[in-house]
Design a protein around this ligand. Structure first.
Ligand code: SF4
Length: 272
């Protein structure tokens, strides 16, 4: 049956439309130029596609062999050895898995993702993936529930997950469910700058590549600028009016056009 676009993009819905979307995505993949550097795969949770998840990776690898496929997943499915083994059979050096870990303390991670047992599954998944040589990026979104133990989390990653390729510390995009949880989540970057410096410099000094995503340069100290990436996708990046006279505009990744609230510390850098 023909679906309407308004149906397709209204989530969540209690229907099994996985194959329908999979087939659309296959058609999209066929249209992507072969010289594309990177493609992002997100969800929902793509591993919930089970067998089609592996079919998707195979299709990406065969149609776009030179393109890095960056796949966002909560990593929990990889706690099953059989799932990881199946992944290993389709994995290539161009597949990177971005997996969130919100705390070194299980209860905090489980609370953030609102799923009991998630921490244990994600950690087991990370270790299974490490065992098969997967490329892994650990992602930490910074907000009021995650910033306090950021230094401990950095140490935990170094001690227990030294095989990860990169750690990305990410600013909060104030959209979706975040505005409804403003008091629980929102925090100015200036309030967690001490924890951010400690975590970043600890990871860097211990040889783990670390990046700061989604922070405009004026909201973090200059000593952290070298870790900052222009991570906001161009279609949802913007530069507020203040940026017009900023000396570092070209190096700055701007702010989310989709965020309904921005840091109150956005100020042009007028001297270096
Ligand atoms: S003023 Fe604008 S361009 Fe300058 S650092 Fe801040 S957000 Fe970036």
């Amino acid at each position: 049956m023909q679906q309407q676009l308004s149906d397709v993009f209204t989530t969540p819905r209690d229907v099994d439309d996985i194959r329908y979307h999979y087939e659309i995505n296959c058609q999209v993949i066929d249209l992507i130029p072969g010289h594309t550097e990177k493609i992002g795969v997100t969800g929902g949770e793509p591993t919930l596609m089970e067998g089609l998840f592996f079919d998707l990776i195979e299709r990406l690898s065969s149609r776009l062999p030179a393109t890095v496929a960056h796949i966002l997943t909560n990593g929990r499915a990889f706690s099953r050895r059989s799932f990881t083994e199946r992944f290993q059979s389709v994995n290539t050096p161009n597949v990177v898995l971005g997996i969130p870990l919100y705390s070194d303390y299980y209860a905090r991670h489980d609370y953030v993702v609102q799923a009991k047992g998630a921490y244990n599954q994600t950690l087991l998944g990370l270790h299974n993936l490490g065992r098969v040589g997967a490329r892994i990026e650990v992602r930490v979104v910074l907000h009021r529930l995650t910033y306090e133990r950021l230094p401990q989390l950095a140490k935990f990653i170094f001690m227990n997950l030294p095989f990860v390729e990169q750690v990305s510390l990410m600013g909060l995009e104030y959209t979706g469910y975040t505005p409804y949880n403003d008091k629980i989540l929102w925090i100015e970057p200036s309030e967690y700058v001490a924890e951010l410096i400690t975590a970043v410099e600890y990871l860097d000094s211990n040889g783990i590549r670390v990046s700061i995503y989604n922070h405009s340069l004026c909201t973090i100290p200059e000593r952290l600028w070298k870790y900052s990436a222009k991570s906001i996708s161009d279609w949802k990046r913007q530069y507020p009016n203040e940026c017009g006279k900023c000396l570092v505009r070209d190096a700055c990744g701007g702010v989310f056009a989709t965020s309904k609230k921005l840091s109150s510390h956005i100020r042009p850098i007028e001297a270096l």
